[in-house]
Design a protein around this ligand. Structure first.
Ligand SMILES: NC(=O)c1ccc[n+]([C@@H]2O[C@H](COP(=O)([O-])OP(=O)(O)OC[C@H]3O[C@@H](n4cnc5c(N)ncnc54)[C@H](O)[C@@H]3O)[C@@H](O)[C@H]2O)c1
Length: 255
């Protein structure tokens, strides 16, 4: 098993790619501290992990609140005695986030609080444990939209994911010498509730986006989680400071 003996902290573990990561990490032998804003959703993730024979503890809280993140990480360490992986996946993509010229200040605050401060708080309280455990891996979920412009903008979201990539590189340089690697994953559009309940509901909008994907399909949570597994385990011991893209070729596509 690729993660035997490891303890992984996964945020946004109640849905989509966070739930898939919790299940995949536990299948590979990790104990998982699964955190989400929605207590019932994360309890369901933990139930699924346990049903499959894995180990996980449900931690509810809001990643944009430092005290919640600190408590969740302490509870995960109390439950399993150590911490080796931070999978900073919780993120929001609100429908009222548009172009910079028509997006309200409150939207910027909300998006940055969750998508940027949430990652920073997890790193602040998690990295010292990773160092104490003899090293580890920080995996921050960014997005392909931080790498290319989009004519249908979500500017607060895009800027927040750019900040995640920049923060990741700073962490890689600071903590690499202490045995902690930090990498970002930039997913293309993935069929999770975040996308299917909104953008992909509209057949015209769905077709427009599908047209741009050389692989001819949207991503599945496993497409991203497999990259997460690689980054979480020792196979990636020399991968540090990277922003790895998994997007079916979108960012390589001119026409
Ligand atoms: N789905 C996509 O197409 C796509 C593409 C690129 C990047 N991403 C990124 O991947 C990550 C996961 O996305 P997903 O599609 O699985 O989303 P999702 O909406 O299915 O799941 C996100 C989870 O995060 C939780 N969450 C939201 N705010 C939180 C908070 N403040 N504190 C704690 N938990 C909170 C939600 O309750 C939910 O369970 C996000 O960071 C997203 O920006 C998604």
């Amino acid at each position: 098993m690729r993660l035997a003996g490891k303890v992984c902290f996964v945020t946004g573990a109640g849905s989509g790619m966070g739930r898939a990561a919790a299940l995949a990490f536990s299948r590979e032998g990790a104990a998982v501290g699964a955190m989400d804003l929605k207590a019932e959703a994360v309890a369901e993730t933990v139930a699924q992990v346990k049903k499959a024979g894995g180990k996980a503890v449900a931690l509810s809280g809001d990643v944009s609140k430092e005290a919640d993140v600190r408590r969740a990480i302490e509870d995960a360490v109390k439950a399993y005695g150590a911490l080796h992986v931070l999978y900073n996946n919780a993120g929001i993509f609100p429908g009222d986030d548009h172009s910079v010229i028509d997006t309200d200040e409150a939207v910027w605050d909300k998006v940055f609080a969750v998508n940027v401060k949430g990652v920073a708080f997890s790193c602040k309280h998690g990295i010292p444990h990773l160092i104490r455990s003899g090293g580890g891996s920080v995996i921050n979920i960014a997005s392909f939209v931080a790498l290319v412009g989009c004519s249908v903008p979500q500017d607060a979201y895009t800027a927040s994911k750019g900040a995640v990539i920049a923060l990741t590189k700073s962490l890689a340089v600071q903590f690499g010498p202490k045995g902690v690697r930090a990498n970002a994953i930039c997913p293309g559009p993935i069929e999770t509730p975040l996308l299917t309940q909104w953008l992909l509901k509209e057949p015209k909008e769905k077709a427009k986006r599908l047209n741009r994907i050389p692989m001819g399909r949207f991503g599945k949570p496993e497409d991203i989680v497999n990259l997460g597994l690689y980054l979480a385990c020792d196979e990636s011991s020399w991968t540090n400071g990277a922003a790895l893209v998994a997007d079916g070729g979108i960012t390589a596509n001119y026409f």
